[in-house]
Design a protein around this ligand. Sequence first.
Ligand SMILES: [Zn+2]
Length: 139
Amino acid sequence: MNFILDGYCGLYCGACPVMLETKAGTGNMPCHGCKSGQPAGHCATCGIRACARGKGYAFCDECADLSTCEKMRDFMADPQWPYHQGVLKNMEMIRREGATKWLEAQDKRWRCANCGASHSWWDETCPRCGQAVANYKAD
Ligand SMILES: [Zn+2]
């Protein structure tokens, strides 16, 4: 199954530890992305995902109700997952430059500059070579 790296909400699934573990073959919770047939964990039952799919959107910013959406407001304000705060900025870039360019930029953003290994939102050091990397706080 292919990995799909863009989420309806504007998250980049490629920096999710669950997907990174799936790619590495080390995870016990296989996930191929929000838009795949097999998201895992929270994303399997995510209300934002269900809503966007139901409305036929590729991203939530196609929705006229985004600015007043309680699901999105709660999602972005959740202190357990502070990287959710970046989704509006992500969707702005997707709208401006297209999803393909955004995915390319995100792929680069979430790789170690030293060895090229992918890392997650949380990582402060590269999981492969140990070099310092920029986690979600840098955005
Ligand atoms: Zn590295």
